[in-house]
Structure formats: C-alpha cells, structure tokens
Design a protein around this ligand. Sequence first.
Ligand code: PLP
Length: 407
Amino acid sequence: MTKTNDNYKKLKGFYLFSEINKRVKKFRETNPNLPIYHLGIGNTTQPLSQVVIAAMHRAVENLASQETYTGYGDEQGNYVLREKIATFYEKYGVSLSTDEIFISDGAKSDLGNILSIFDQKNIIAMQDPVYPAYVDSAVIQGFTGRFRNGLYKKLVYLACTEENNFFPKVPEKHVDVIYLCSPNNPTGSVATRAQLKKFVDYARKNRAIIIFDSAYSAFIQDSSLPKSIYEVPGAKKCAIEISSFSKYAGFTGVRLGWTIVPNDLDLGRTQTGQIRSIWNRRQTTMFNGASNIAQAGGLAVLTPQGQKECLKAIKFYLKNARLIRNCFISLGFFVIGGENAPYVWVKTPKNMPSWEFFGKLLFEAQVVSTPGIGFGPLGEGYVRFSAFGDRKQTMQAIKNIKAKLQL
Ligand code: PLP
C-alpha cells in the first residue's frame, strides 16, 4: 500500500491566511453592506514599472519568431541576469561570482527546498515570530519532530521580543542551520551589522549554516543597516542568501528570485564549492529554470531606469507603512517596524490575544489584520499590518480605526 508522507500530519491545524479568509467571509455574510479594508496579506498592489512591462512584452514577441525563440535555458538562470545581480551586490561591497548565483522562481520555493541538501539530523533554529513557510517546510521534510504544547520538539526557537528589539540572541546551544529574516516578516525589525556579526561568528564557530532571507532588503532606508548578510566579513563562509524580485519589483505574480550559495561555504570537512555543487545538482535535477519572460523582466528591473521606478513603488509602500505606524502610535499602542520594512507590528491592548484583537478590528473598524500568533508562539499578543495595500484602502482603514475602534 502506498503511504503518504506522515510529516504532513505534524503540521498545525490551519494555514493562517485560509483561516483569516474564513473569518472575513463569515463577517461579510452577516454584514454584506459594510466595506472591508485589507491591511492583512503581504501581497503587492502597485503596477509594474514601464521598462519592465516593455521588456516582458519584447520577450513574449521573441517567442513568436523562430529566429528569436528560446526554449529551456540554463537551470541556474540567464547568465547576463546573474552577472547583473553580481554587479548589484557590488554596491554593498560584496563580490560574487556568477556560478554562486542561482535564479529561482521566487524566494519561497528555495527557502523550503534548500533543506533538501541537509541531513535530517541537523538541528534547525528559527526566529519566533517568523514567516510561517520556514517552519512548515522544515516540518514537511522531517526536521522538526512533533508539535506539542505549541512548539515543535526538535526546532530551536530564537525569541524576538520587546526586550531584544525583536532580533534574537545567538542560540545558547549548538544548532546546525539558522534561518534569519531581515527585514523581518512579521515584525518589520531589521538586524544591525553588529547583530548579524554575532550570528556569523556563532555559525563559523559551530560550523553552522545561516539561511538569510533578504526578500525585503529593498525597503531598508537607513544606510547603516545591512541589506545583505555578505556585508559582514566572513559571511561567505557560513551563509546562503535567498532573495526575491517579489517585493522589490512587484513580481509576486511574475515569480522571480535568486539564491546565493558561496563557493567558500565551509562546514569543516567540506571542500571549496562543495555545497554550491550539491545545490547545483539539486537544481539541475528538480528545477528547469525560471520563466524566460520573467527573467527578461528581472533584467529590466536591474537597469538604472528599472531601479529608479521600483524605488518609487517602495517609497509608496513605505508611506503607507508610516501612515499605519503613526495611526497606532497616536492611539497609544506599542508599535515597531514600518520604517525600513513594509510591515508594522502592533501590540494588542490590555494583553488581548491576537485573534481576539483581529476580531475587534474586523467587527468594529472593518479592518483585516494578521494575528501575530500565526507567526509563532511569541507572536501572541500582537497583530501585523501590511503596507502593501493601495493608498485609498489604507487611508480609509486608518480613518475607521481612529473613529470606530473602541479602546
Ligand atoms: N520571504 C519572506 C520573509 C516573505 O514574507 C515572503 C512572502 O511574503 C517570501 C519570502 C516569498 O517571496 P517570493 O514571492 O519570492 O516567493
């Protein structure tokens, strides 16, 4: 008899955004005439830049003629795009070779797939709260053990709290793989260079690997904050960086990202390029490259005009974030994030559980948020607001919160 992967049974009961949708749908059924304002999901809403649209149009046209048609490309991605990404990193003083860069169909798949190159005996550490896909991918691939009393037994949770300004201390015990996300989803906190250095030092001492998710790095406005972990000396010996065009260039639907696996990664007994070569093997076996149309769009994003236009959208979202932040600060809430990140993390009033505050926001102000508990046990008592909405929705949501939320 065929057996299914039992690890799926270890997943928590619900997928966060399906549960939110269920509750919003129920609210809509009983209140059909009330408009609802969405500050929940981190999905982009602004149109793509014109240079990107033009480049993707040209890429489609190229497919229409035999002379310019292209089929499968390199599994690692378009060579010129990889060169441009390497040039992009030079701005941060980071030098990469093209064979260390792998183009993907977005960060999410690689954030999960990367675990396939590691033995299941490895101990994984993650921030708490954090992007739920890391945890669930580790669960499905058998790294976490069972879910008991709100925690996975084998997973090491790195607490992100008010006390440490929502960036964790290095693990107290030995771990092998550490996921770090900066700017963080959901808290909007950004690691300083000194904080990242502590993790790089820990990883090198413990021969551990850091999986650094920089999907939101374009939102960092403070030039003293690192946009890539490779800005920290020694990080190429211990860190894999996974990033994306999704939030940087509005490619959430187009799908394009990149993963950097440095040749220098050093786990003690590994040779130069060995881990990069295992990842290359995995990709050439199980991935056939990102869409050539999406890659043409990515190339346009990295032109001076493309970058200028993407920055406009980033600034637009950051203004939304500032409006949301200021709204809650003016109402006396504890707020972080939203300055160098598109997420605003708000503490619930009177220690209210996050689902209860989610319901209060929905029923009293018709605003959809994301309950913090959905991002990990230490997300309890918080909600996340996303700045990715359009301006009208965001302004109306703020107006309703100020006028209708009973505090
Ligand atoms: N990493 C983080 C922290 C995210 O919040 C998201 C999506 O919201 C992703 C990665 C996924 O990005 P992509 O669209 O590139 O798959």
